[in-house]
Design a protein around this ligand. Structure first.
Ligand code: NOJ
Ligand code: CA
Length: 634
């Protein structure tokens, strides 16, 4: 049991609370303050009451934060134990964004048959498990993350028979397949929502958040992640309904037992088909605070999304996750990884610890932006941030939990471009990122295109932007005072998810070998120099580096389970560590900057097994990454 937090509690007590810990840590990191400040008795012993008076003026209601903290009554168990062996801790995952992967029938849209033709490619790369972004029936307001029918396949992508064939072909190759599960919301075209809108006595009204207000104003001040209020008004019923994402993605009411039962039945239905597990979309948002109270303005301004503290770690989140696991995942031994925006390490332990009966793993996003920056800011990312994040998790997440290692997905511009868009570094940098990802402790998740060093597209105008999020935010920002169109487009260019959604670059032929016809989203000319076909035959390519590092990772279990010992961890721009598992030892040496820098750790006696450079130099070259085997002789 964790100690209840009141205004009489001291800062150090709040920091010892799992949710308090993550919130304080987030604020410290954003302001570049080290957490040792909390161990300073003067700071640590300040009572919350002291802040309260100040806070009332500047922060509004402090109580809502206390309520949020006190929903959590558990603390994570200590991580000092052996890591249990599991297939998903040893596997290499590969995320496919089906629309953009491979088109088989010339309509410009990637499809299931297209994926089937590439299964041998994935197997050859060393992939063990595929995560498919949503393929369910959908009007595609958010490319499938708005599901109209959970039991059907989107017609542009194929048929149920084709899906079953795909699954059997995946299994035939001894790979696994996990589906995307979007259960925080459905499309407004889902029959439940339509019935709720058009049938006065519909039981489905209770499946969503429908609200009527006395004076006709919106029910609360929450805003949508895609811009504007989180509420739609419906003339049909003279009510508002909640949508945290696009205007067509309506939030489900998880308080409703009947709705939960239908969702669980649907998950079982897919598991009966033999899918191996699920990636769960924004799963930490499913429990909302009762009564949907207004969000705090200051938190809203700080984080950018007003209302978020009322649902990002809601009061019944653990209960709902336990229910899904017990009724659906456990009987089928299905794997689960939750997408968890805003969840820090301590909360993560309570959501994914193997003693908890909730999820197996989570995607946290704290490493994808530099502290104090947001995705739509235009800046260059310093790799020391990723290093600090990895050290923190490796040292403190504990063996009850297992982290997901990734730096790209379908919701982010390409990490490579964000770190350094200079083409002279493209290959070495891509290989450095792979080195860190595949030699760290955790499960690597590749996103399509990582393996060839995919970069951002040079979009020229809003006409080229398909992303519903970027389009929504564009309108919001254009309405803001003082934002010129040029500035707004610069933001869009920095943050749009479309950078990750351009067609997979298979060859130098028309449309990157993705489709015979014009793709649904255009690629630029980059495919002429960067594509799978040319990299397959070039032994020094990024693709062949990935293949080699995957072979290396799978040779022993050292990388999956071994201990990590960091060397000189406070030296900026160096990332040096041993991976140790009994007799097996590897040493990883990375230069995180584009400048060459002196070596001060002697690796000359170690046996080099993989490098992103040829030959050895006195200094570590730009973004140099080396993996050595350390034997007794050394
Ligand atoms: C997270 C998904 O990854 C993203 O693509 C989507 O827009 C939102 N959730 C809403 O489903
Ligand atoms: Ca197609």
């Amino acid at each position: 049991m964790v100690k209840k937090i009141t205004l009489e509690s001291k800062i150090k007590e709040v920091y010892a609370h799992p949710v308090g810990h993550d919130l304080i840590k987030r604020i410290l990191v954003a302001h570049h303050i080290k957490d040792v400040i909390i161990t300073n008795p003067i700071v640590g012993n300040i009572k919350l009451q002291t802040f309260s008076n100040y806070a009332k003026k500047n922060f509004g209601n402090f109580e809502s934060l206390l309520t949020l903290l006190n929903y959590e009554t558990d603390t994570p168990v200590s991580g000092n134990c052996e890591s249990k062996e599991e297939w998903w801790k040893e596997a290499i995952f590969y995320q496919i964004y089906p629309r953009s992967f491979k088109d088989s029938n010339g309509d410009g849209i990637g499809d299931l048959q297209g994926i089937i033709t590439k299964l041998d490619y994935l197997k050859d790369l060393g992939v063990d498990a595929i995560w498919l972004s949503p393929i369910y029936d959908s009007p595609n307001d958010d490319n499938g993350y708005d599901i109209r029918d959970y039991y059907k396949i989107m017609k542009e992508l194929g048929t149920m028979e084709e899906f079953e064939f795909l699954l059997s072909e995946v299994h035939k190759r001894k790979m696994r397949l996990i589906m995307d599960l979007v259960i925080n919301h459905t499309s407004d075209e889902h029959r439940w929502f339509q019935d709720a809108l058009h049938n006065q006595d519909s039981k489905y009204k209770n499946y969503y958040y429908f609200k009527k207000t006395q004076d006709g104003s919106v029910p609360n001040n929450w805003i949508s992640f895609f811009g504007g209020s989180a509420w739609n008004y419906y003339e049909e019923t003279d009510e508002y309904a909640l949508h945290l994402f696009s205007r067509k993605q309506m939030d489900l009411n998880w308080e409703c037992e009947e709705m939960r039962a239908e969702i669980i039945e649907m998950i079982q239905w897919w598991l009966e088909k033999n899918v191996d597990g699920f990636r769960m979309d924004v799963i930490n948002y499913i429990s909302k605070v009762e009564g949907l109270p207004n969000g705090n303005h200051i938190i809203g301004d700080m984080i950018g999304f007003r209302g978020i503290e009322q649902y990002f770690y809601g009061p019944k989140l653990h209960t709902y996750l336990k229910e899904i696991r017990e009724k659906a995942f456990e009987p089928y031994q299905a794997f689960s990884v939750g997408e968890m925006p805003g969840i820090g390490m301590e909360m993560g332990k309570l959501l994914t610890g193997d003693d908890r009966g909730e999820l197996d793993m989570m995607f946290s996003f704290d490493h994808l932006e530099a502290p104090g920056q947001e995705r739509y800011d235009s800046y260059l990312y310093n790799l020391n941030n990723w290093k600090e994040y990895l050290i923190d998790y490796t040292e403190h997440f504990g063996n009850h939990c297992h982290m997901a290692l990734f730096y790209n997905n379908h919701d982010n511009p390409r990490f490579l471009s964000k770190v350094n868009p200079d083409p002279q570094y493209r290959e070495v940098l891509a290989k450095l990122l792979a080195t860190i990802q595949f030699t760290s402790k955790g499960t690597p998740f590749l996103y399509q295109g990582d393996e060839i060093g995919a970069i951002n597209k040079k979009f020229q105008s809003m006409e080229e932007i398909e992303d519903v999020e970027a389009r929504g935010l564009y309108c919001t920002w254009m309405e803001k005072e003082g934002m010129t169109e040029e500035k707004v487009f610069e933001k869009i260019l920095s943050g749009t998810r479309d950078h990750a959604r351009t067609p997979m670059q298979w060859s130098a032929t028309t449309n990157a070998g993705f489709s015979e016809e014009k793709p649904w989203i255009a690629s630029d000319d980059d495919y002429k120099i960067c594509n799978v076909e040319s990299q397959t035959v070039d032994i020094e390519s990024v693709l062949n580096f990935y293949k080699q590092i995957i072979v290396l990772r799978k040779k022993s279990k050292t990388f999956a389970y071994g201990e990590t010992k960091f060397i000189k961890k406070h030296r900026r721009n160096y990332f040096l560590y041993f991976r140790i598992d009994g007799e097996n030892r590897y040493f990883v040496e990375c230069n995180l900057s584009n400048r060459s820098q002196k070596r001060f750790y002697d690796t000359s006696k170690y046996e080099l097994v993989l490098s992103n450079y040829k030959g050895r130099d006195m200094k570590l070259r730009s973004y140099e990454a080396n993996i050595y085997r350390v034997t007794k002789k050394n």
